[in-house]
Design a protein around this ligand. Structure first.
Ligand code: PRE
Length: 340
């Protein structure tokens, strides 16, 4: 506990809660009979939720007591990611925007949000990073999803007759080669791939199509006019599972941090050096502008490790000391699909 205490007040508070409640005690889960009612009560109160750990220990929890939000409508890739992470039983709630998901989590209307954060072909989904800062939410998990885009149209539509294709900007970008070889089809950016599919069904127009998933085709009664039109066969998107509070996990092996540094020669170099010196593997780094401070940046850095490891604590303590702003976004279990 002392280690967490050194890093962040909130972590400290969380650990005190974990210890004082003594509900989800890893040892207890292993060796003793579990009081399910008590655990579910904790889940409802949105306190110590360690579903990942519990799932691994084959403890059956009533997931239907939990809610998670995603952007779009049924058939969106985000909904698929949500189901892959939590399973079918959780109450999935659809929101029009990413911001809607973030606000609902922040206001305690839903327990979790599942939002895309990066794509293997097109890179960062920048809005999500900005929203993480703006709403002060935590990352408690991640989910990779292979993205296979298909050209969806009304049954009987012919590729040669298509005038427009609707999709999320990511869907359009990820299918750039297909679109460049079909110049007669005008891409139209829409808020979501599943919403695009629903629009095609609603118009009843055989000249209009959508880029979306096989699942969306089934839900919105569309035919797959051309399958796998994404540029890369390995196309995949990484989603973050966000929550209001940290969820410390013994098996967490990925740590997401955000910090800003003074404008000094070598500031970033020296910050990253701390990870190298303490043998901490850097997994990812991106920068985003600090909106009210022109030409200053937030660095979002992911490293491998658990906050209980002394070398991690030392490294991030040292980075924190050099930073003008510093926060632990979350320490969670890496999804195994990564870097396969
Ligand atoms: O439009 C969807 O279906 C989404 O879930 C959004 C989204 C994204 O924002 O990247 C998710 C995964 C794919 O990369 C394409 C679109």
């Amino acid at each position: 506990m002392a280690l967490y205490q050194k890093i962040e007040g909130k972590y400290n508070q969380m650990n005190i809660e974990v210890i004082s409640h003594e509900i989800i005690n890893h040892e207890q889960i292993n060796h003793e009979q579990i009081n399910h009612e008590q655990i579910n009560h904790e889940l409802i109160n949105h306190e110590i939720i360690n579903h990942e750990h519990i799932r691994q220990k084959n403890v059956s929890l009533d997931m239907s007591l939990l809610s998670a939000g995603y952007q779009g409508i049924r058939g969106a890739y985000s909904e698929e990611a949500l189901i892959s992470y939590f399973g079918e039983e959780i109450q999935a709630q659809a929101f029009d925007t990413f911001e809607g998901v973030f606000k609902a989590v922040r206001d305690g209307k839903i327990h979790y949000g599942v939002v895309p954060v990066e794509n293997s072909s097109t890179g960062d989904i920048k809005d999500v990073y900005d929203l993480l800062i703006a709403h002060d939410l935590k990352v408690v998990g991640e989910q990779y999803l292979q993205i296979k885009h298909h050209l969806l149209g009304l049954p009987g539509s012919l590729v040669g007759d298509i005038q427009k294709v609707y999709s999320h900007t990511q869907g359009i970008e990820q299918c750039g080669s297909f679109l460049s070889t079909h110049p007669a089809i005008t891409p139209v950016a829409y808020s979501n791939t599943a919403k695009s599919a629903a629009l095609v069904e609603a118009t009843g127009d055989k000249h209009i199509t959508a880029i979306g998933s096989r699942r969306a085709a089934v839900i919105y009664n569309l035919a797959i006019l051309k399958e796998n039109i994404q540029d890369n066969v390995t196309n995949s998107t990484r989603f973050l599972v966000i929550a209001k509070d940290h969820e410390p996990k013994a098996e967490a092996d990925r740590l997401s941090l955000v910090f800003s540094l003074p404008h000094k020669a070598g500031a970033l170099y020296h910050a990253l050096e701390k990870f190298a010196v303490h043998d901490v593997n850097l997994l990812r780094i991106i920068s985003r502008p600090i909106k009210n401070k022109p030409w200053f940046y937030f660095f979002f850095v992911d490293v491998a490790g658990n906050l209980a490891a002394p070398e991690i604590v030392t490294a991030i303590e040292e980075v924190k000391d050099m930073s003008e702003y510093f926060a632990v976004l979350g320490n969670y279990k890496e999804n195994s699909m990564q870097r396969e």
